[in-house]
Ligand binder design. Structure first.
Ligand SMILES: Cc1cc2nc3c(=O)[nH]c(=O)nc-3n(C[C@H](O)[C@H](O)[C@H](O)COP(=O)(O)OP(=O)(O)OC[C@H]3O[C@@H](n4cnc5c(N)ncnc54)[C@H](O)[C@@H]3O)c2cc1C
Ligand code: FES
Ligand code: FES
Length: 502
């Protein structure tokens, strides 16, 4: 293993690219377009919304035999985070003999492109999702295709021919050559092994961990990408003003839209301990670098409502990279995962140096985007309890658009029905206060009541007593508070109906 300071090394179509002397905040999109002239990848919004910039980024699989690719929004990913990875752009899909990828071919035949600006990003999203088809021996459903496209905006074709093209690509390939749906990474695997990043810390002669930068400027700004938790912890104690970088779906926007140029950036994407999920009979421990897509798969069967909130969180490229810890740490008032996690009683494992402490998520925020995190402290993991016997969990996000939209409010609630009465109620919202929060006054209204005795008036009174009425850009207070009350009524009525049915 070699480590080259000021050089970001990644694999692109069977060759190692060495990006030298680039800024730590250069985006993947700018580098691909301006330096490598891969101009098929487009810039639309530069904020992760439109999907024109989708490329595939992959890492060696655990066996070291292939590459696991994920769709990412190149506009909000920082170039140094590519170090040690493989990239595929729209130009990568056409074979040397000119054969198009089945999705490209079907897009031509089904007239899936008009002005074409959105097309490369759409094809990359679809090339990713059709990879699952050969394993299943059947085509993708319309719903699966529509989910896969939820982060790709097309304003002039309409989605019908694009969906038809995807279905045609799958059926033609399955009938002729299913392997044509796979992303060819054979030439990239040996090169990825060659540029593999260190998995152990480097030590100085006196036994201190030395965190090697990927990029360092003459003025001392740097981008580091440690391999271990111990390195992250030490680096943060030594450099408490460091910006942690996880999935980059917030940081990328700060760089592009607010021109943020953090002096020290510490990328967590190479820390194996932070990518792990461990499970006991009572809880999951979700590492800080676990993506939302992985969390979605994890909770799908146990908490279907939480999974549905996550399915509507951003888009597949956002969820492939964005993390639960990043959502929590960012602390936006309309962060979607937090109401679900609070209602489920999640706790955070925080680390500073070699010291750990746990904090209940509902005690984590001290104000708008303010948290109990101390200088040099970070989220190591999230502990998510499983449901106890008899416990029910419900959640729903209300937004103007079904996908890729910000909540007016998201309400989550856990409770048990004991002898026909609501017990152990935990209720949480986003969008109603400066940070996502529990609603103890509403919980008190519900606790010990039979569902039929819960009234809209009592809930309205508790909402008025709990929150400051404020109209927002996305919804008026009248709308938000009405929705906040009605969601609770719906959860409670459903519980009453299912207890009668049982
Ligand atoms: C197009 C788009 C759609 C979106 N849709 C939604 C949505 O539907 N719902 C929603 O809630 N949000 C949404 N977001 C916001 C964002 O995706 C989430 O907040 C996401 O979970 C952030 O995670 P990340 O890993 O990308 O964080 P990053 O951008 O990497 O980091 C975010 C913040 O958290 C800090 N941080 C990261 N990891 C840690 C850690 N382990 N310890 C301490 N601090 C840490 C970073 O320093 C930074 O301040 C969207 C964003 C975009 C661009
Ligand atoms: S340019 Fe719009 S998502 Fe990247
Ligand atoms: S083909 Fe024009 S925006 Fe999609």
């Amino acid at each position: 293993m070699t480590q080259v300071t000021n050089t970001v090394r990644f694999v692109l179509d069977g060759r190692i690219v060495e990006a030298q002397g680039k800024r730590r905040t250069t985006t993947v999109l700018d580098y691909l377009r301006e330096e490598l002239h891969r101009t098929g990848t487009k810039e639309g919004c530069a904020e992760g919304d439109c999907g024109a910039c989708v490329v595939l980024v992959g890492e060696l699989n655990a066996a070291g035999t292939g590459v696991d690719y994920l769709p990412v929004n190149a506009c909000i990913q920082l170039l140094p985070s590519l170090d040690g990875k493989s990239v595929k752009t729209i130009e990568s899909l056409k074979k040397a003999d000119g054969t198009l990828h089945p999705v490209q071919d079907a897009m031509v035949k089904c007239h899936g492109s008009q002005c074409g600006f959105c097309t490369p990003g759409i094809v990359m999203s679809l090339a990713h999702v059709v990879q699952v088809v050969p394993g299943r021996g059947q085509g993708l459903s319309r719903g699966e295709i529509s989910d896969a496209l939820s982060g790709n905006l097309c304003r002039c074709t309409g989605y019908q021919p694009i969906i038809q093209a995807t279905q045609q690509a799958c059926s033609t390939a399955l009938a002729t050559d299913p392997s044509s749906l796979a992303i060819d990474s054979s030439a990239d695997v040996p090169l990825l092994k060659e540029i593999k990043r260190a998995t152990h810390p480097t030590y100085s002669l006196d036994g201190e961990i030395v965190v090697q930068p990927v990029v360092r400027t003459k003025k001392g700004s740097e981008f580091v990408s440690p391999a271990t938790l111990a390195e992250v912890a030490q680096y943060l104690v030594q450099n408490p003003g460091t910006t942690l970088l996880a999935g980059s779906s917030e940081i990328g926007l700060q760089v592009n839209k607010q021109f943020a140029r953090p002096g020290h950036i510490c990328y967590l994407g190479n820390v194996a301990e932070l990518k792990a999920v461990t499970e006991t009979s009572k809880a999951w421990r979700i590492g800080a670098m676990v993506s939302l897509e992985t969390v979605l798969a994890l909770v799908k069967d146990t908490f279907p409502d939480f999974a549905e909130v996550l399915r509507r969180f951003g888009s597949p490229p956002i969820r492939a990279t964005a993390t639960l810890a990043g959502n929590i740490a960012n602390g936006s008032p309309i962060g979607d995962s937090m109401p679900c996690l609070m209602a489920l009683g999640a706790t955070l494992v925080l680390r500073r140096g070699d010291k750990q402490r746990t904090v209940a998520l509902d005690k984590f925020y001290t104000g708008q985007k303010q948290t109990v995190l101390q200088a040099g402290e970070f989220i190591e993991a999230i502990e998510l309890p499983k449901l106890a016997a008899g416990q029910t969990f419900r959640a729903h996000k209300v937004s103007k658009r079904f996908e890729q939209d910000i909540s007016a409010t998201c309400c989550a609630m856990s409770f048990s029905l004991v002898g026909g009465k609501l017990k152990n109620v935990k209720l949480a919202y986003n969008g109603l206060a400066p940070s996502p929060c529990r609603a103890p006054k509403l919980e008190a209204v519900l606790e010990g009541k039979a569902p039929a005795d819960v009234t809209a008036d009592a809930l309205d009174g508790a909402i008025a007593a709990s929150f400051t009425a404020r109209d927002g850009l996305r919804a008026t207070w009248a709308y938000r508070s009405l929705v906040a009350r009605n969601l609770v009524l719906e959860f409670v009525e459903d519980a009453a109906e299912s207890s009668v049915a049982a």
